[in-house]
Design a protein around this ligand. Structure first.
Ligand SMILES: Nc1nc2c(ncn2[C@@H]2O[C@H](COP(=O)(O)OP(=O)(O)OP(=O)(O)O)[C@@H](O)[C@H]2O)c(=O)[nH]1
Length: 335
């Protein structure tokens, strides 16, 4: 049996890197066309020449990104950046102004060493420092050229940092959420329970709602698995709408959801569960009758383990099913 070479998180990260690399390479490509044209018109042939060199590197990078396997995206991009910096420095050396071009190495270094917001300040500060240092040594036009080249590189590196941050937010979302229902996933549930109710947890009490769609196997058998999937998605959306904003809703298993009510008692839990049950019973699922059963259990620090509470919620849910479904059963508080 073939084994999975890369997990979904890695695949997603590689795809994000590839996208970031492509967007930035296209950005550089377009910028260099503008810079090359403007400098040619201004009769600054050496600066125009540099723009054409960078344009060629960006073009090669785009071609490689589009033709080679996507997981190489990050490597292709960084090889291109390295080539670009070496090209810029060699160009500076060739034209007798090596000093200021060495400064170009700093924006990428800084952006990889510190976070994006501080990176911007550090890059600008270094640029101003470098420009001030070289100003007495070289003609004003070269200081302006340096400042504009450095400024472009800073914008470009800052965009890279911002895109990386957006990618990280997306990755976080995908790792915490279930793809079908958009609810928080079971792993996040386990983590939340550990953080709140574990031995070093922060919560003193909470109430669990365990929610299960009734006769879901029959719904699948009658209407097909795709219709079943749509119903799971819609049930999640209806539950989310019925809950107070900020209340976490988890996909606990196949057609099971759970709600975690922090610092709320069993009566509150029963009332919320009743509202959820009614919301689903009243919703229109394109003609398919859909109801849910809910088991409720309360946990208080020092009164038994969290696992035992989840077991009680499960038993309450079983009782709700056994006594006819489309109902809420709340576990009795521990004596
Ligand atoms: N379409 C779809 N079906 C799922 C998914 N996850 C679980 N199921 C199905 O959900 C069904 C659950 O069936 P059962 O556990 O027997 O329970 P039930 O038919 O809902 O009956 P009760 O819970 O007793 O009311 C199984 O047939 C699973 O295959 C999913 O993501 N999509």
């Amino acid at each position: 049996m073939p084994t999975l070479r890369r997990d979904s998180f890695t695949l997603l990260r590689e795809l994000m890197r590839w996208r970031v690399a492509l967007v930035l390479s296209v950005l550089i490509f377009v910028l260099m066309i503008v810079l090359g044209t403007v400098n040619t018109r201004l009769d600054l042939p050496d600066t125009a020449q540099l723009a054409w060199i960078v344009l060629a590197i960006a073009g090669a990078c785009i071609a490689a990104l589009l033709t080679l396997p996507r997981h190489l995206g990050g490597t292709i991009f960084f090889v291109s950046i390295a080539l670009l910096l070496v090209g810029v420095m060699a160009f500076g050396l060739h034209h007798g102004r090596p000093m200021q071009h060495w400064a170009y190495i700093f924006p990428p270094v800084i952006v990889f060493l510190v976070r994006s917001d501080r990176a911007l300040v550090a890059m600008i500060a270094f640029g101003v420092y470098a420009a001030a240092m070289i100003a007495p040594l070289i003609p004003a036009i070269d200081v302006i050229r340096f400042a504009s080249g450095y400024g472009l590189l800073v914008c470009f590196m800052f965009t890279y940092a911002l895109l990386q941050e957006r990618a990280a937010v997306m990755l976080r979302y995908h790792s915490d959420h279930d793809a079908l229902s958009n609810c928080l996933n079971r792993r996040t549930f386990n983590e939340a329970v550990e953080q709140l109710a574990g031995p070093r947890g922060t919560a003193e009490a909470c109430t669990f709602l365990l929610i299960d769609i009734d006769y879901f196997k029959a719904i699948n058998d009658l209407h097909g698995h795709l219709a079943g999937d749509r119903i799971i998605t819609q049930v999640a959306a209806e539950l989310g709408r019925a809950l107070a904003p900020g209340t976490p809703l988890f996909r606990y298993g196949g057609e099971e959801f759970s709600v975690l009510l922090l610092d709320r008692g069993l009566d509150d839990g029963r009332a919320v569960a009743e509202e959820l049950r009614a919301a689903i019973a009243d919703a229109d699922f394109q003609g398919v009758p859909v109801t849910i059963s809910i088991g409720v259990a309360h946990w208080r620090r020092g009164e038994g383990s969290i696992t035992a509470t989840l077991d009680r919620a499960d038993r309450a849910l079983y009782e709700a099913k056994r006594s006819g479904r489309n109902r809420v059963v709340a576990d009795a508080p521990l004596a």
